[in-house]
Design a protein around this ligand. Structure first.
Ligand code: NAP
Length: 291
């Protein structure tokens, strides 16, 4: 058996087409254009490229998009004041502060300063709390994208054994929480694993749906996967460069052999990655619709 590929790139395109339609009607019926600001502090090349991609997508979808670049030595006080300015700006519905921030700035303080109603990254504790108790919230973009991939690929989550490898605040913990909620694309029985988990394979081998966000190439090998499982590989690991200087990326699972065991699997690149920015756009659209 060779696994079906769950192509995030195609699912993301589908969702973007739906967003575009909604943006057009929001503009024509209510005169509202979704507004997104991305704040970039310093000149980290990876952050610059993420922010460029977010701005380009926002622009392509017809958003009002602002890229606000700040020097690496901006004071915490000035950054907090800048966020407050965007909190008050009626044209801006979503505020994204690109992480990581320089060491002299308290990341927590900055994220907490964003108005929860404009927190389209879904990292503010108010939104995290709403998600955990099952109230409407801005969902963090990567887990939200994973859930949409499961729904749109026809993967049954209800009653499924889901095993998540990785307990970060941006992927592991939120996706585990989202999948155990009551509702569509959820109602699963969830196990969350990490580096202190005893005998990881005993858990992963039980999974109908295995979600791996460890940040380690080949953290999961074929002998750790139940035949017929659906495998979602969140990892993005650079393992070298091509002769042309392009980054060579691999995920967290041993793709080729697992493809022969699983029933479906996400590729890297072209899997979870393209979903993340798309869900950021969907959150921003929803913020504009609420406004
Ligand atoms: P992270 O903050 O480094 O967390 C990694 C988690 O995996 C930790 O909880 C760690 O356990 C656990 N872990 C690491 N190695 C393990 C192992 N061998 N067995 C069991 N658990 C293990 O990483 P992250 O931010 O969640 O990101 C994870 C991966 O996803 C990275 O490759 C990242 O680049 C990628 N990512 C992709 C997207 C996307 O849009 N595609 C978005 C976000 C992240 P401990 O807590 O015990 O240390």
């Amino acid at each position: 058996m060779t696994a079906k590929l769950i192509k995030g790139k195609e699912i993301a395109e589908q969702i973007r087409a739906e967003i575009k339609q909604d943006v057009d009607s929001l503009k024509s019926e209510k005169g509202i254009t979704p507004g997104l600001v991305t704040i970039l502090v310093g000149e980290n090349p990876a952050s610059q490229s993420y922010v460029r991609a977010k701005q380009k997508t926002a622009h392509d979808l017809g958003y009002y998009s602002v890229q606000d670049n700040q020097p690496a030595d901006i004071s915490e006080e000035d950054l907090l004041a800048l966020i407050e300015k965007y909190n008050q700006d009626e044209k801006i519905h979503g505020i994204l502060v690109q992480l990581p921030l320089p060491k002299h700035v308290d990341e927590g303080k900055v994220l907490y300063a964003i108005d929860p109603d404009k927190d389209v990254d879904g990292f503010h504790p108010v939104n995290v709390g709403r998600m955990v108790v099952g109230e409407p919230a801005y969902l963090p973009c990567t887990p939200y994208g994973i859930q949409q991939m499961l729904i749109r690929s026809g993967t049954q989550t209800e009653g499924a054994e889901v095993v998540v490898v990785g307990r970060s605040n941006i992927v592991g913990k939120p996706i585990a929480n989202m999948l155990l909620q009551k509702g569509e694309g959820a109602n699963a029985t969830v196990t969350l694993c990490h580096t202190r988990t005893k005998d990881l394979a005993t858990h992963t081998k039980r999974a109908d749906i295995l979600i791996v966000a460890a940040g380690v190439p080949k953290a999961v090998t074929a002998d750790m996967v139940k035949p017929g499982a659906v495998v979602i590989d969140v990892g993005v690991n650079e393992v070298g460069k091509t002769e042309e200087g392009k980054r060579i990326l691999v995920g967290d699972v041993d793709f080729e052999p697992i493809k022969e065991v699983a029933s479906a699997i996400t590729p890297v690149p072209g899997g979870v990655g393209p979903m993340t920015i798309t869900m950021l756009m969907l959150n921003t659209l929803q913020a504009a619709q609420k406004a």
